[in-house]
Design a protein around this ligand. Structure first.
Ligand code: MG
Length: 336
């Protein structure tokens, strides 16, 4: 097997602001693994607050021995092998895992979603995120999000209610809210959640600091709408800890180190009766279709990566009635 990779800077349509950060581009590492005339494509999206970078990805990839990847792939052993190289680095590990899944599908002549047992008829609508911004820019973003069935809003500042009212002045589509750990007072947060529920908000992500287990659990216990752990839930071992603290978890391939472990997290969450949101970072069509292959097994999808960029190097996948369309092409189906 031959492993190659190129750093890439993914440009964002709008500066992206969440509770604690703002940025205009995201460093990616594009990965290819070639074998017997087929090439699998993968991608690492390394949003700065997760701690990975072009340099950390190159350091990691230079230690990967691609001759360890034997076909047919044993993904559990591959995850163990990648974890043995270095701890952390979930995005670059995801890039390899995604490339191997794409390659696996191409070698078998089957789409990844089929190999994973997903039913395209159960694909959830995907939300599109609107970051914190001025009223004018928010109205522009809502306009750009036309055709999407759900809008996700980043809250966590003093102007939270105002932002929702601005959006509600132009659209009545359902909303998801992501507080990104930005709320500090549990009673105030609950009051706000009740108000948000009246505004058509359907779920809340990560209201308080991921370390505030009591605070998040208290809000979950009292909230009229589902509370979802995101920053608190990275890999498989975290799913069990989410039980009793959140109604559900947000799975992202760039946190879970790829598709194999994301599937294990979905299975574990179902066992524990936790709801599942599948999310993304700033990503191209490649990582988005990798997550979309698993999305029919989840309750909600927040896979808007390719909508928020201006230089996606790959073809845009099919999108219809607010949902990604899974193709019958072999592998992830974004470049063949
Ligand atoms: Mg989130």
């Amino acid at each position: 097997m031959q492993l190659t990779y190129q750093p890439f800077e993914l440009l964002l349509k709008h500066p992206f602001t969440i509770a604690k950060f703002s940025r205009t581009s995201t460093p990616l590492m594009l990965v290819q693994i070639a074998y017997e005339g087929h090439t699998g494509y993968g991608e690492a999206s390394m949003v700065p607050y997760m701690g990975e970078s072009h340099q950390s990805a190159i350091d990691f990839l230079s230690k990967v021995d691609a001759s360890q990847f034997k076909y047919p792939f044993d993904f559990a052993s591959i995850v163990n092998y990648l974890d043995s190289i270095a701890p952390g680095n979930p995005a670059v590990k995801a890039a390899i895992d995604i490339a191997l899944h794409d390659l696996d599908g191409k070698l078998k002549g089957q789409p990844c979603w089929k190999l994973l047992g997903s039913d395209p008829a159960k694909m959830p609508v995907t939300s599109c995120t609107i970051g914190i911004d001025t009223k004018e820019v928010i109205l522009q973003k809502v306009k750009e999000a036309e055709g999407l069935k759900v809008i996700k809003v980043k809250l966590g500042r003093d102007s939270d209610k105002e932002l929702i009212q601005t959006i509600r002045s132009v659209t009545d589509v359902p909303l998801y809210v992501d507080a990104n750990q930005g709320w500090t007072d549990r009673k105030q947060s609950l009051d706000l959640i009740y108000w948000l529920a009246e505004q058509g908000v359907q779920l809340i992500e990560q209201p308080m600091l991921k370390t505030d287990i009591d605070g998040n659990a208290w809000i979950t216990e009292h909230s009229p709408i589902p509370i979802i752990g995101d920053e608190a839930v990275q890999r498989l071992a975290d799913v069990e800890k989410a039980k009793g603290v959140y109604h559900g978890i947000n799975i992202k391939l760039m946190k879970s180190a790829g598709m194999y472990e994301a599937q294990q997290m979905i299975n574990k969450a179902r066992e524990l009766d936790l709801k599942i949101l599948i999310g993304c970072m700033s990503e191209t069509s490649c990582a988005t279709l990798a997550a979309a292959a698993l999305a029919p097994q989840c309750d909600w999808a927040d896979l808007d990566g390719p909508f928020l960029t201006t230089n996606n190097p790959y073809k845009m996948p099919g999108f219809s009635a607010g949902k990604w369309v899974l193709s019958d092409k072999a592998g992830l189906g974004f470049n063949n």
